[in-house]
Write a protein that binds this ligand. Structure first.
Ligand code: PLP
Length: 403
């Protein structure tokens, strides 16, 4: 939309024009089912093979290690439930408290099924407790699942070290890399992970397409059963145009990854520096030393994230907040709560996530807009007179239970 400043790229991204161009033939004339026998079907099959190579190439994987799915959530579920089904003698799962709900819900499901789940803690910067992790690994551990990078703060987990520790003990390792793929380099030929989940709509392909990497020889059971598609590993007629789009998006991501880590990172840093310079009582949530180059999560003391988002929206700026409105109360996200972000800050958190389409002008406009918005909201804030160590009951503003 013209005039819109889109800074919510960790939620979803715009489809790249080259991706749409690559998809169009398969939405129009080339609509053959790849399982059929005629040449139009063969062309669709060939397009899928090319896409599989493009995805594999971005990750340093072999094409036959890539399975196309409908989304990141399906990839996570396939990897995690499949690993447990394939190793029925093992009943322990390790994950972290700050995973995306796609993984948290699976941990809860495994718990309901009688498995033991270790939920690893993070520190105030969202960094994993590696000692706790090392101690949690047992002979009964079927699988470890740790996200590559956090969707809210951008904090990058030490996946290479964590995977090596699991691997050394013969324990399978899954990583939800939905936010990392295309933003930071990942080379699976040198990374001992068994499974990796990715999602097209986070890297300029459309929503509704994802992929799962399964290392050759790692235990696996299909989640979707039926037809023989994806060599029997994911049944269902292939979504040819979207698979082609994901392939193209991965090819583009490989070409742009340097830009992501220089130009986009510089814009993110400029945004962050501008906000911290102009606005007192603001803190950055996450590990500033080890973060996705496109992501920042900032908390403004005494204001509410939702109010900030509404006023930003009035200025055409799209962002996300770190609190969710559930049953009339504004609860800080499970990620910020796990990090122990103080009450007076946690409510006022905003995530701004950039992409290769973000411009310098947009960053300057956002610094100006947020500076005005925070000053205005602070004038009318019900939190203004709360002490730093405020407890939930001290705030009469809402009925949340955060602390
Ligand atoms: N994992 C992470 C870290 C995410 O950020 C998301 C989406 O926000 C998902 C999984 C789910 O991906 P999808 O929307 O493709 O199901």
């Amino acid at each position: 939309m013209s005039g819109t400043i889109y800074l919510d790229n960790n939620a979803t991204t715009a489809v790249a024009p080259e991706v749409l161009d690559a998809m169009m033939p398969y939405l129009q004339g080339e609509y053959g089912n790849p399982s059929s026998m005629y040449s139009m079907a063969g062309r669709a099959g060939k397009a899928i093979a090319t896409a599989r190579e493009q995805v594999a190439s971005l990750l340093g994987a072999q094409p036959e290690e890539i399975i196309f799915t409908a989304c990141g959530t399906e990839s996570d579920a396939t990897a995690i439930l499949g690993a447990f089904e394939a190793q029925p003698e093992k009943r322990h799962f390790i994950t972290s408290r700050v995973e995306h709900s796609a993984v948290i819900a699976l941990g809860q499901l495994l718990q309901q099924r009688g498995c033991r789940v270790t939920w690893l803690d993070v520190d105030d910067k969202g960094r994993l407790d590696m000692d706790q992790y090392r101690d949690a690994l047992t002979d009964d551990t079927a699988l470890v699942s740790l996200m590559y990078a956090n969707n809210e703060t951008g904090t990058v987990f030490p996946v290479p070290q964590a995977a090596a520790l699991a691997n050394g003990r013969g324990i399978r390792f899954h990583t939800d890399a939905v936010q990392a793929v295309g933003k930071i380099p990942i080379n699976l030929s040198a990374l001992p992970v068994d499974y990796l989940a990715l999602s097209g709509h986070k890297l300029h392909a459309p929503k509704g397409i994802g992929a799962l990497y399964v290392r050759r020889g790692s235990p696996f059971r299909p989640f979707m059963i039926g037809g023989h598609q994806e060599r029997g590993r994911r049944a269902g007629t292939e979504n040819v145009p979207y698979i082609v789009g994901l392939g193209k998006a991965c090819e583009l991501a490989a070409a742009h990854i340097k830009d992501e880590n220089t130009r986009v990172k510089a814009l993110r840093d400029k945004l962050e520096e501008g906000l911290l310079r102009n606005i007192p009582d603001a803190i950055i949530n996450g590990d500033r030393e080890n973060r996705l180059p496109n992501t920042m999560n900032i908390s403004f003391k005494y204001v509410e994230g939702e109010a900030i988002l509404l006023l930003l929206d009035q200025e055409g700026i799209c962002a996300s907040s770190g609190s969710a409105c559930t049953s009339g109360s504004l609860e800080p996200s499970h990620v910020l709560r796990s990090m122990g972000v103080p009450f007076t800050y946690a409510h006022g958190s905003v995530r701004l996530s950039l992409s290769r389409f973000t411009t310098e002008v947009e960053i300057s406009k956002t610094v100006d807009a947020l500076t005005r918005i925070i000053a205005r909201l602070r004038e009318i804030s019900p939190f203004r007179n709360l002490p730093d160590d405020a407890a939930p009951g001290d705030c009469k503003h809402c009925s949340c239970s955060c602390s």
